[in-house]
Design a protein around this ligand. Structure first.
Ligand SMILES: CC(C)(COP(=O)(O)OP(=O)(O)OC[C@H]1O[C@@H](n2cnc3c(N)ncnc32)[C@H](O)[C@@H]1OP(=O)(O)O)[C@@H](O)C(=O)NCCC(=O)NCCS
Length: 107
């Protein structure tokens, strides 16, 4: 949870197990977007995954969400695959882009 001036401006959810972590959600309130909050939250989630000794972090994102994709790519995530018809969409279903980052062990 990212708190500023006493209120919640964003949050992220990470699950981990068996050496892998999964970012389940990242969200920043609209009026605080584009100020670096999302990057701080994702960095914190990656740090948490390292702390849990995970080797890889996965996430799913809608291909129609270029802001989020750009954030994840800029932090080192790469496209790993697609899950067809994963999300409900206005017109039926939308694929999920699966992205992943490898976490190198500390030297
Ligand atoms: C996606 C989201 C979490 C990004 O949070 P944010 O605080 O706005 O992101 P930041 O300010 O940290 O920006 C980090 C990077 O994201 C990308 N980005 C964010 N907003 C962008 C925009 N409006 N246009 C283009 N790129 C954008 C850029 O790569 C940016 O890096 P830069 O500032 O060096 O250009 C936020 O937009 C959000 O909560 N969206 C709604 C929920 C959602 O889509 N969550 C992701 C689900 S997978």
């Amino acid at each position: 949870m990212l708190v500023a001036s006493g209120y919640i401006v964003g949050y992220g959810v990470l699950s981990s197990g068996a050496g892998e972590a999964h970012i389940l959600n990242v969200c920043v309130v609209p009026e605080e977007q584009n100020k670096g909050c999302g990057r701080r939250i994702v960095k914190r989630l990656i740090d948490l995954a390292r702390w849990h000794r995970c080797e890889r972090v996965f996430l799913e994102v809608r291909p129609s969400n270029p802001n989020a994709i750009s954030l994840y790519e800029s932090m080192g995530f790469n496209e790993f695959g697609r899950r067809p018809n994963y999300y409900p969409a206005k017109k039926g279903r939308e694929d999920a882009l699966v992205m992943a980052i490898e976490l190198l062990p500390d030297p």
